[in-house]
Write a protein that binds this ligand. Sequence first.
Ligand code: FES
Length: 407
Amino acid sequence: MEIRGLQKDLEAFSKLVTQRQEYMKQAPAEPDTVDPINELSRRMHPDRIVLVLKDVFDENETTRTFRFEAAPGGELPYFRAGQYLSLKVSVGDVLITRPYSLSSAPADSLSPDGSGGGVYDVTVRRKDGGFLTDHIWKTWRPGTPVVASGPHGNFYFEPLRDEREIIGIAGGSGITPFRSIIREMAAGGLDMTLTLLYGIVNPGDIIFGEELRKAADVHADRLKVFFVCSEPDDRWSGPAGFITASCIRELAGPVAGKSFFICGPPAMYRFLDGELKDMGIAQKRIRREVFGEYDDPAAEPGFPAETAAKTFSLKVRMGSQVAVIPARGDETVLVSLERAGIGPDSQCRSGECGWCRSLLISGNIHVMPENDGRRAADKKLGFFHPCSSYPLSNLEIQVPLTGAMAQ
Ligand code: FES
C-alpha cells in the first residue's frame, strides 16, 4: 500500500471534487432511473415469462418432452441444473399452476448469438384421468403460448452445501431434473460425481434410457446409472425390487461423506425417509425435489378421513378487503382461494418456497408432512402455506397482498 501523506491526499481529493463537478455538468437533465443491478435481477428472475411451444418429442408411451422458446422480444432466464419452472395453464375457467423440472441443460437456454434460439425442455408424464395432462396432450401444439415463472427451486448441486459425491434416486418421471444435471456434468459445468439409481415399475416406463446409458459410458469416471425395476418381466436382467437401504449400499457402495438427491412421487419419499434414517443419513445431506400437490390427498396415509368430504367456511383477509368462500376438506386452502379468484401467488405448490405464506388467524389445518416447509418461528407465530394445508374446520386467514381479490 502506498502511503502518500496528508498533503498529497488533499491535492488528490480537490482534483476529485473538480472532476465530479465536471461530470455533473455533463449529465443529462433527466434522472437515470435504470439501476443495472435491479435490471439484471429482473431479467434473471422475471415474475412472468411467456414461452412458445416449439417442438414436441415422444419419450415413451406416456411421456412427452415439450421444447419451448421465448416469445418474440423475450428471453429465457439462465438457471441451475435441477431447477423447475412454474407453469400457469388455464383449463376452462380454472387457472392451474404446476411445478415442472427443466430437463434441458442450462446452456441450452442461452441464445447462441444473442438473437434468440435458446430453449427450455419440460418433460411430462401423462396421468390416467389427469385433468391438466389430458388438457396438455389435447391442446399443446407447436406455436401454443404458455405462461411460466421461474426458474425456481433448490434441487441443484451447490458445493458449499452438498458433498461432492452424490447418490441420486429417481422414481418414474422424477428422472427429469437428473437429465439436466447429467447434461451439465457432461458439459463440464459441475464438479461432482453421481451414482444414479432410477426406479421404474415396468421396463417400458424408462425415460431417456438410451441417453442415460450413453452418458454413463462416456463419463464412467464420474457417472454411474442403475435401472431398478419393481415389476420386471422375464426379459429384465437388471436389479429388481424397490430401492431399499440394502439396494443403495449394493449399487452405490459406502454412503459416508455423500449427499442424496431424491426426486419422485410422495410414496417414494415416505419409504426412503425410513430407509435413509436407518442408514444414519443426516437430513442436511438429503435434498428432495418438490412434487406439487397430491393427486388424491384423501388416499394418503394419515390424512383425516372424517373431514375429507366436508366443506368449510373460509374467511379471507387481504389488506382491508374481506371475503368468505367455501373450502373443501380434500383440497388445499390455496386451491379454494384460486377457485374464488383470490391470490396469493404460488410457485412450488409443495410448501417449500414460502411464496404463498399466509397467517392463520383461527381454525385448524392438516399439513402434509412431506410438504411441511414451515420454519419453526412461523409455526409458533401462526403462519402457514396454503398450498400444502387442508382445512379441518372453518378458517379465518390473512393472505399477502401479492395476488388478486375477487370483487
Ligand atoms: S407456493 Fe411455495 S410454499 Fe406455497
